[in-house]
Write a protein that binds this ligand. Structure first.
Ligand SMILES: C[C@@]1(CC(=O)O)c2cc3[nH]c(cc4nc(cc5[nH]c(cc(n2)[C@H]1CCC(=O)O)[C@@](C)(CC(=O)O)[C@@H]5CCC(=O)O)C(CC(=O)O)=C4CCC(=O)O)c(CCC(=O)O)c3CC(=O)O
Ligand SMILES: NC(=O)C1=CN([C@@H]2O[C@H](COP(=O)(O)OP(=O)(O)OC[C@H]3O[C@@H](n4cnc5c(N)ncnc54)[C@H](O)[C@@H]3O)[C@@H](O)[C@H]2O)C=CC1
Length: 223
């Protein structure tokens, strides 16, 4: 059965990470970057987890896992080196209906974590449904080489144009055509070459006065 892809907004949500080794640390790093409220439960933590706890960016419970740790969690990750502990976390998460990721048991995961390339708010992900993380990593590197920072900037520009157009009313058919034509005019290449003069001429032609690269790009902050 294929996996269902989603992009989760986890800002302010409580997430539990059981374990404090290399895999747990990778999960913690990704979670706090996306604004989650992270609790780590582990008797032995990596220095990165220790530092995050000291600066109060995460909560650290320096002990072995207990079923009660699951209470009130939005997502749960188990990355201990003990299969029975990981299985217990899985059983507890199932009982509480909480989505869980179990590091050593892809088949028991409700969700797996893909390899990620970020360019501003643009996110490219690779998943192999747990079959080959090495292949995910390899494809991530291919994507990284192919999609440079210009894609992040293009997204910022397209987002700003869209916000402004939608602010003036909905007209999906007309908007779709205009968005396609700006992309058809090699917007990405023009941004890569920093040819702002040509971009502004194209924007004027397609969207009319007031749509300049500089004004749009400064209006749109990455989230
Ligand atoms: C199922 C999943 C569960 C989950 O964690 O969500 C899972 C499970 C396991 N990983 C294992 C090993 C490795 N994991 C990596 C790397 C990554 N693993 C990631 C995700 C996932 N790993 C999920 C599936 C994602 C998918 O569908 O592809 C990435 C993409 C994202 C991230 O973790 O941040 C990140 C790359 C980030 C990047 O570089 O961009 C490497 C590569 C390396 O380090 O060079 C190796 C060694 C090479 C190899 O084994 O392939 C083992 C075996 C342990 C053992 O041998 O016993 C298991 C357990 C098992 O399979 O039993
Ligand atoms: N999903 C993935 O991307 C990968 C998964 N793995 C799997 O993930 C597991 C963890 O890998 P590493 O982080 O390298 O291991 P590690 O040995 O560095 O860390 C294990 C951690 O689990 C903690 N732990 C042990 N018992 C515990 C308990 N009862 N409660 C709470 N914490 C406990 C330990 O204190 C330690 O911090 C491995 O068993 C491996 O099979 C390995 C590589 C990649």
């Amino acid at each position: 059965m294929p996996c269902y892809p989603v992009s989760l907004d986890i800002r302010g949500r409580r997430c539990l990470v059981v374990g404090g080794g290399a895999v747990a640390t990778r999960k913690v790093r990704a979670l706090i970057r996306c604004g989650a409220r992270v609790t780590v439960v582990t008797p032995a933590a990596s220095s990165e987890i220790e530092t995050l706890a000291e600066s109060r960016r995460i909560e650290l419970k320096a002990r072995i896992y207990r079923s009660g740790d699951m209470e009130g969690m939005f997502l749960v990750f188990s990355a201990t080196d003990s299969r029975p502990v990981n299985s217990q976390v899985h059983a507890d998460a199932c009982q509480h209906n909480i989505l869980c990721n179990i590091a050593d048991q892809p088949a028991a995961c409700n969700f797996t974590v893909p390899a990620v390339v970020r360019r501003g708010d643009l996110m490219l992900t690779v998943s192999t449904a747990g079959k080959s993380p090495a292949l995910s990593r390899r494809l991530r590197k291919v994507l990284e080489a192919q999609f440079g920072p210009e894609y992040g900037e293009a997204l910022r520009l397209m987002g700003a144009i869209r916000t402004r157009l939608l602010g003036n009313g909905h007209a999906p058919d007309a908007h779709r055509k205009r968005f396609r034509s700006v992309l058809d005019r090699d917007l990405i290449g023009l941004i890569r070459r920093k040819d702002i003069g040509t971009i502004d001429r194209i924007l004027l032609e397609i969207f009319g006065p007031g749509y300049t690269f500089e004004s749009l790009i400064t209006a749109e902050a990455d989230t």
